[in-house]
Ligand binder design. Structure first.
Ligand code: HEM
Length: 264
């Protein structure tokens, strides 16, 4: 400590009063007066500790802890992409449940019931075209947001220890998001759906050894039929929602417990 600096403190190490502005003097006098009677500094510290314990997702940030100041501020908007994926998922789930009031996965009739129900939603149901568009757009926004979220996690190094497990859950989530997209794409049972389904069957058949078994299990055979549409429907509206909702909850739960990683 330089000589001038030393002069600013008295023999107890307290800052000499002459260096304080009137506002500081008033604040400190009031604080000391209150503290000697109510121990408020102790309680404020307890409150601060409690705040950090309860808000595990908001521990002192890396930037605060290591005094990085504002070096990394430009990354921060990208930290909203996970939440953005969650919101897109919720919108897709709600609009999808409403579409479910009108859709039926049946391949009977010409045009098929599935296709004519989509026609009904698009042309006759009030705001049906909007409901379907909200569902398709939210689904596509979700795919894009999840992908960008993964890039953010990768480029900020947030997948490293201790977050490897959440990275792996993320890989499962992005894969299931794509399965959501694929199974949903088949539901209108139009030409696009039909030929995408055909490609799916052929891709399954190309798997060594287990190919035929996979095609039977997922598509109900080697050509498209009622069994195919029914499977896509149940995967899309029953199996995936359960699994993906649970995994998102675990994924966000882990983020809550571990806290957000900041750029290294
Ligand atoms: C349905 C898909 C997903 C949802 C809803 C989701 C949601 C979230 C949310 C809300 C966060 C908090 C931080 C943030 O928003 O950036 C987060 C963090 C994280 N996510 Fe995801 N995520 C998904 C997919 C993925 C994917 C595909 C990966 C990587 C393969 C991944 C890996 C991680 C990791 C490692 C963290 C911790 C990051 C950190 O601590 O900074 N997530 N996720």
């Amino acid at each position: 400590m330089s000589l001038e600096k030393k002069d600013e403190f008295d023999h107890k190490g307290w800052m000499k009063e002459k260096d304080l502005t009137p506002v500081e003097t008033t604040y400190l006098t009031a604080l000391i007066w209150l503290d000697t009677r109510l121990r408020i500094v102790d309680y404020l510290e307890i409150l601060e500790t409690l705040y950090y314990r309860v808000n595990l997702q908001m521990p002192k940030s890396h930037t605060e802890q290591y005094n990085l100041d504002n070096k990394f501020w430009y990354w921060y908007p990208l930290y909203t992409l996970g939440l953005f994926s969650t919101l897109a998922y919720i919108v897709a789930a709600i609009s999808g449940a409403l579409l479910g009031f009108y859709y039926s996965p049946a391949t009977s009739g010409d045009p098929t019931t599935a296709y004519s129900q989509i026609e009904f939603i698009m042309t006759e149901l009030q705001f049906g075209f909007m409901l379907r568009s909200v569902h398709r757009w939210s689904a596509q926004v979700m795919v894009a947001a999840v992908f960008l979220h993964m890039l953010r996690v990768y480029f900020t190094g947030a997948y490293k220890e201790p977050r490897e497990l959440n990275w792996l859950i993320g890989i499962v989530l992005i894969s299931l998001t794509m399965v959501f997209g694929y199974t949903g794409y088949l539901l209108p049972w139009d030409q696009l759906a039909f030929w995408a389904g055909q490609i799916g069957v052929e891709m399954s058949l190309s798997i060594p050894l287990a190919g035929e078994w996979v095609a039977q299990l997922l598509f109900g055979g080697f050509t498209l039929s009622q069994a195919t549409l029914q499977r896509m429907y149940i995967i899309h509206v029953f199996l995936l929602p359960f699994v993906v909702t649970t995994l998102i909850a675990i994924h966000i739960g882990i983020v809550w417990v571990q806290g957000i990683a900041e750029p290294h």
